[in-house]
Design a binder for this molecule. Structure first.
Ligand code: HXC
Length: 518
């Protein structure tokens, strides 16, 4: 064997060893838990043959607790870049088979290297987390490593899309990297996120809770809102990440990729003309409206199980990515509460940062009243959504389907918040409040003074109020609504508005940064 052949043989051997991670036994243990390895996950995420790996031979430098005798090439994380649908993406995937994927200083250096490359080259970063947290043997060095990662998450925010997949444990301060990214996806039954684990919870508060109840995917996808997506399997989770990326631009200077649209732009849907019930207190399903107007009915919902009274997600209209924000009359009558406001505000800000036009569908009876909401700061949280729409400079098309009352009317991308094109259906009802509430305020004294005719007075005044406000014409007369459209034409009208707005240029006054009500 020549020296060159020996060199190459050694490289092949080292590569093969590095690809084994923590070894066959630990890989088997990973599989036995129903989990894939870091490399198997990346193989599913990236286009075949596109993965370019970096730092395969990096080893930790720790000499504490016998660590000087334990070295694995790659040190518990696989990093590099590849493509998703032909577009460049930087990736890291923690390898639980090496020291439980725990974060060493060298692991953080590997992760930071791809984070820096992603930012410099304007490409999304996808991190697949599966880790026991800070590598205990490294002490403060591991913490410093987290700090380096967090800072890069923050600097990259609003510049490149950042997506976190949680495929195993993600505990302690480690949770803050995903929390700083744009989207977090968790896999059901195998992923969990919490600041303090069940044992610490028990000792501090006395509460008995298991990992799943404390920080499993279902909990974070439905109760806390920490997770934007909960996937039944790792394969489905990775497919969702790929689909999500397809709607996003690579960075904040680009537009999302436009795809060919085989769904006729002029497609009308007569069913929409009949979807609003005659009884204003009756609900209908906003998913039907969304499914009817977007290309091929395809909608990637974000936060599907959290704050279901508002719907947010990505779709395409004539091949162009749009962010859809829609009240859901089917859940809590579509009222805005703390969680709905937070959920939609975050989504609107993401779309605005990444040049994705916003389509807003309004049917909102107002903000949810009550002490629970007031004590929880509905004022501050509602203001987040108001702020998010008010500062958004991407094209904005809003359609009011039915109710649009009070403060909630303003919040939902009204004209005065620089909404670009605001349409209403003939069933729209834009007012300070609903008829019952208004009559009770305005005519309480008259009704009290004449109890015998209370019902008559109430009904007569209610009719007067409804005739005046229970239609979109007053708003249209004043130009607050640009046009009243037939529901069946909604797809066509939104697409035409978006085409018109595609060259929109609007900016904010110069400032260091805003002071969003947090
Ligand atoms: C070093 C670790 C480790 C860690 C796991 N391992 N966590 N090594 N540092 N943090 C090692 C184990 O020793 C074991 O090594 C291998 O990884 C697999 O771990 P197991 O315990 O066998 O796996 P499992 O039963 O699946 O349990 C997984 C686990 C548990 C729940 C994650 O390992 C665990 O509780 N780890 C500690 C979690 C923790 O407290 N982390 C620190 C949090 S504080 P061998 O050689 O046997 O394969 C923190 C601060 C961050 O992260 C602050 C940022 C601001």
């Amino acid at each position: 064997m020549s020296i060159q052949e020996e060199n190459i043989a050694r490289l092949v051997e080292r590569r093969a060893a590095a690809r084994e991670g923590g070894g066959a036994k630990r890989i088997d243990a990973q599989h036995a838990k129903g989990k894939l390895t870091a490399r198997e996950r990346l193989a599913l995420l990236l286009d075949e043959g596109s993965f370019e790996e970096y730092d395969m031979f990096v080893q930790h430098r720790c000499t504490n607790f016998g660590m000087e005798k334990q070295h694995f090439d790659g040190d518990g994380v696989v990093t590099g870049c590849g493509t998703v649908d032909g577009r460049l993406v930087y990736v890291f995937a923690q390898d639980f088979t090496v020291s439980g994927g725990s974060l060493s200083k060298t692991m953080s250096e590997k992760i930071c290297k791809v984070m820096d490359l992603a930012l410099r080259n304007g490409a999304p970063l996808v991190g697949l987390n599966d880790s026991g947290g800070a590598r205990i043997q490294e002490g403060i060095d591991a913490l410093a490593g987290y700090g380096e990662i967090f800072e890069r998450n923050i600097l990259s925010s609003g510049v490149i899309p950042q997506v976190s997949g949680i495929f195993g444990p993600c505990a302690g301060g480690a949770v803050y990297s995903p929390a700083l990214t744009d989207f977090t996806l968790m896999v059901k039954n195998t992923a969990y996120m919490f600041l303090t684990g069940p044992a610490v919870v028990k000792s501090v508060t006395g509460e008995t809770v298991d990992q799943e109840q404390l920080g499993g995917a279902s909990v974070h996808a439905s109760k806390s809102g920490v997770a934007h997506f909960a996937a039944p399997t790792e394969q489905e989770g990775i497919a969702t990440i790929r689909e999500l990326l397809s709607y996003l631009p690579s960075n904040n200077m680009e537009e999302a990729p436009r795809t060919e649209c085989n769904d006729p732009v002029g497609r009308v849907d007569d069913a929409l003309n009949a979807i609003i019930p005659d009884n204003p207190n009756k609900a209908y399903d906003m998913y039907t409206v969304i499914g009817s107007i977007v290309d091929n009915g395809r909608f990637l919902e974000v936060h599907r199980d959290f704050a279901r009274n508002i719907i947010v997600g990505f779709a395409r209209m004539n091949g162009r990515s749009v962010g859809v924000v829609a009240n859901q009359p089917n859940v809590l009558a579509g009222v805005l509460d703390i969680n709905a406001s937070r959920k939609a505000a975050r989504f609107v800000r993401f779309c605005d940062a990444f040049n994705i036009p916003l389509v807003t569908l309004v049917d909102v009876p107002g903000f949810l009243p009550g002490t629970q909401q007031e004590y929880g700061a509905i004022i501050t949280n509602g203001a987040k959504l108001l702020y998010a729409f008010g500062e958004a400079t991407v094209p904005r098309v809003t359609v009011t389907l039915r109710k649009s009352y009070g403060g909630a009317h303003i919040v939902m991308s009204c004209k005065q918040l620089r909404g670009d094109i605001n349409y209403a259906w003939p069933s729209a009802n834009i007012a300070v409040m609903g008829a019952d509430g208004a009559v009770n305020v305005l005519y309480a004294k008259d009704i009290k003074a004449d109890p015998e005719h209370a019902d008559e007075i109430f009904e007569a005044k209610k009719k007067e109020y409804e005739d005046l406000f229970s239609n979109p014409y007053q708003a249209a007369q004043k130009g607050y609504i640009d046009d009243i459209i037939e529901p069946r034409n909604t797809r066509f009208r939104i697409i035409r508005a978006l085409e018109q707005l595609s060259g929109k240029r609007q900016s904010l006054p110069p400032k260091k940064h805003d002071n969003l009500p947090l």
